[in-house]
Design a binder for this molecule. Structure first.
Ligand SMILES: [Fe+2]
Length: 199
């Protein structure tokens, strides 16, 4: 046991099917994320960053500690942004307005976001984040990187490491990313967007 613990999932392990299978979820959450949390707890002692928030550890560390802290933060945000698949799932609230203002419409935003995920070479993450002016940004981050390292507030992310989709979609990364829109919990994403204004 260490200072960081595996987060609890806000849904059952098969709740995201058929978009993400229970088998993928059990490996991704129970094995991969658990290993990142264990690695974070193993690398933290003696780093001088004990007691810091996870976001601050990601910004201030390097090497194995930064990789494990980054992957823990990334997956914590990833796994808590989903809900059971819904017909016509769409953005809500202020984030919906920001998407229309900056991307013209939701479909244009979806295409830009998925294209960024598909074109990311190797392992990494595609992110929607906000800046201190309330503008939103789509960025590609490789390996364990997180937008907090650019001074941005992370709102929504799609994991494009193969472990996130290979059991269900094999090499069809675009199909996987397009399917994820069915399970994005936009109340969570909008809540992160609005909370970012008070930081
Ligand atoms: Fe992952």
């Amino acid at each position: 046991m260490g200072p960081f613990e595996l987060i609890s999932l806000p849904y059952a392990s098969d709740a995201l099917e058929p978009v993400i299978s229970g088998e993928t979820l059990s490996f991704h959450y129970g094995k991969h994320l658990q290993a990142y949390v264990n690695g974070l707890n193993a690398a933290l002692p003696g780093s001088g960053l004990e007691g810091y928030r996870l976001e601050d550890i990601v910004m201030k560390s390097e090497g194995a500690l930064r990789n494990h802290a980054g992957q823990t933060l990334n997956h914590n945000l990833y796994f808590t942004q989903f809900r059971t698949p819904g017909e016509g799932n769409k953005p809500v609230g202020n984030i919906a307005e920001a998407i229309v203002q900056q991307f013209g419409n939701y479909e244009s935003f979806q295409k830009t976001f998925v294209d960024a995920g598909v074109s990311l070479f190797g392992s990494g993450w595609v992110w929607l984040s906000s800046d201190t002016d309330g503008k939103i940004h789509i960025t590609q981050e490789t390996n364990a990187a997180n937008p907090v390292q650019r001074g941005l507030r992370p709102l929504l992310t799609f994991d494009v490491w193969e472990h996130a989709y290979y059991l269900d979609y094999q090499n069809r990364r675009a199909d996987h990313l397009n399917a994820l829109w069915q399970i994005v919990d936009w109340n969570v994403v909008n809540g992160r967007f609005e909370a970012s204004w008070n930081l």
